[in-house]
Write a protein that binds this ligand. Structure first.
Ligand code: NDP
Length: 476
């Protein structure tokens, strides 16, 4: 597939290409241009040319176009979901969820188009003040490979509604569905140049977006180390950045929890998308009175999860998205075993059957009572590995849950409102769930504290991240 610049398909000036590989089979699916600095420059020029006309449309006009775009995505969701499964690996039903989720996000932002307001402030006899929110102009968005479609919606929805134009770089390993959606949005009425997709690696196209002096803001999702590099590169240009980075979300299961619900929550929370979700359940702290029963129920479920090619409708978990990720997760579990840091109760290795030998499959893995300083508790494990720890009381559970460099989400599973409230108030996290995990509706702001990032996506609050306040003093 080709890039999309200024409403047209485009090759890279570099003349180079990148293969896109199906992670379930190891086969090359397609190829995309290896975009470089020159391509980012062309995309910037197209976004700049579209910027004035797009910003001049009223918010409701922009919202209407997003509504049409959402409808068009929904109409083509089956084909889009198949492409997503083939390039990303997730089971088809999760791909359908994600594509429809992107349409929902665009609709949410379209639905608040009548609410883009400023402030009027009475300043006394000398005058009054008016504060308006202006679009930044041309913005950049950089997206990873784990949830490429929903994250495109999280960035393009508020950025475009606010009146910005975008240069967006998908991950080089999952560019195809993003490119298809950009074409669909244009056919649904998005003017050429408002959304430009430059394919290519982070080292080339990604760094060029961050370094481009005309791109006023960058919203980045990915690894914490890359996020720090993005922030450093943006600093001398005074470029604003939103960073949605890693997570190591704790799940606290209290002694009065509905165990069936909590087990379902842990399975979905950890093994959805083969565990490759920033706000997945990455550590479970369970009250010692119910720990044995909870672990037994969990073990049954983990052992029975069907792993395979996501296009097979009976499959519950697909491969990891790329070989480097498979090796990273494998290394983390191997180190745990080598150092005697925890007991692997299920999984703990690649899927060995010959039918899956060329795909990047790792087995669903359950680890019991790892040492508090074990690598898998201190690092982000972006794969299907679930550590479970028994805790004696709520203070210990909350203290252990907060003992992380990350602070994205946290959940508590209980029927006791006092326990739920204590976890909500004392968690160092941007999002707290009660009797849920993972669900991130577009109505709620999403983002983290500590090394999980800067800024918030989603919610009406997201608009402030894509606009700048401008004040007017009216002297009477
Ligand atoms: P990266 O942070 O490297 O990649 C995310 C995006 O940033 C990709 O589009 C990538 O391009 C691009 N990128 C890479 N380097 C730069 C740079 N210097 N400047 C600008 N853009 C850049 O994540 P990985 O894909 O390598 O994943 C590694 C780890 O990151 C995972 O193991 C996981 O722990 C974490 N991760 C966390 C996510 C989250 O949502 N919290 C999402 C994805 C990963 P390209 O890949 O095309 O080269």
């Amino acid at each position: 597939m080709l890039m999309r610049i200024g409403g047209e398909e485009a090759e890279s000036g570099s003349g180079a290409w990148l293969d896109v590989v199906n992670p379930a089979t190891g086969e090359v699916l397609d190829r995309v241009p290896a975009g470089d600095r020159g391509d980012v420059g062309r995309a910037y020029a197209a976004a700049g040319a579209a910027s004035g006309g797009w910003a001049a449309k009223g918010p409701r006009e922009r919202g209407k176009i997003l509504f049409h775009g959402a409808e068009a995505i929904r109409a083509e969701h089956r084909d889009l979901a198949r492409t997503l499964t083939r390039e990303q690996g997730k089971p088809l039903r999760e791909a359908v969820d994600e594509v429809r989720g992107c349409a929902n996000v665009l609709e949410f932002f379209a639905s608040i188009s009548g609410c883009l307001s400023g402030d009027f402030i009475r300043l006394g006899p000398a005058g009054d003040g008016i504060v308006v929110r202006e679009p930044v102009g041309v913005c950049g968005a950089i997206i990873p490979w784990n949830m490429p479609v929903i994250l495109m919606g999280w960035k393009a929805g508020p950025a475009l509604l606010a009146g910005n134009t975008l240069v967006l770089k998908p991950s080089s390993t999952t560019p195809l569905t993003t490119l298809s959606i950009a074409g669909i949005l244009e056919r649904a009425g998005l003017p050429p140049g408002v959304l430009n997709i430059v394919t290519g690696t982070g080292e080339s196209a990604g760094q060029a977006i961050v370094a481009h002096p005309g791109i006023g803001k960058v919203s980045f999702t990915g690894n914490t180390a890359t996020g720090i590099a993005v922030r450093k590169a943006a600093a001398p240009l005074m470029k604003e950045v939103t960073l949605e980075l890693g997570g190591s979300d704790p799940m606290i299961v209290w002694k009065d929890a509905d165990l069936g619900l909590a087990v379902d929550g842990a399975i979905r929370g950890r093994f959805y998308n083969a565990g490759q979700v920033c706000n997945a359940v990455k550590r479970v702290y369970v009250h010692e009175e119910i720990a044995a029963r909870f672990q037994e129920m969990l073990l049954d479920r983990v052992r029975s999860l069907k792993v395979g090619d996501g296009l097979d409708p009976s499959v519950e978990m697909g491969p990891l998205q790329n070989r480097a990720q498979l090796e990273r997760v494998e290394g983390q579990v191997d180190r745990l075993r080598d150092r005697g840091e925890g007991r692997v109760l299920a999984g703990g290795g690649r899927l060995r059957d010959p039918g899956h030998a060329r795909g990047f499959f790792y087995t669903p893995t359950l680890v019991s009572d790892p040492a508090p300083d074990a690598g898998i508790l201190q690092e982000e494990v972006f794969g299907p590995v679930l550590p479970v720890m028994a805790v004696p009381d709520l203070d210990t559970a909350i203290a252990e849950a907060n003992r992380s460099r990350y602070g994205l989400g946290a959940s508590v599973w209980t029927r006791d409102l006092g326990v739920a409230r204590a976890v909500f108030e004392r968690s160092a996290a941007g999002v707290v769930w009660v009797n849920r995990h993972l669900t991130s509706p577009p109505e709620l702001p999403f983002g983290g504290v500590k090394e999980s990032g800067l800024g918030r996506e989603n919610g009406v609050q997201a608009i402030s991240q894509w606009t700048r306040a401008k004040s007017l003093f009216l002297g009477w």
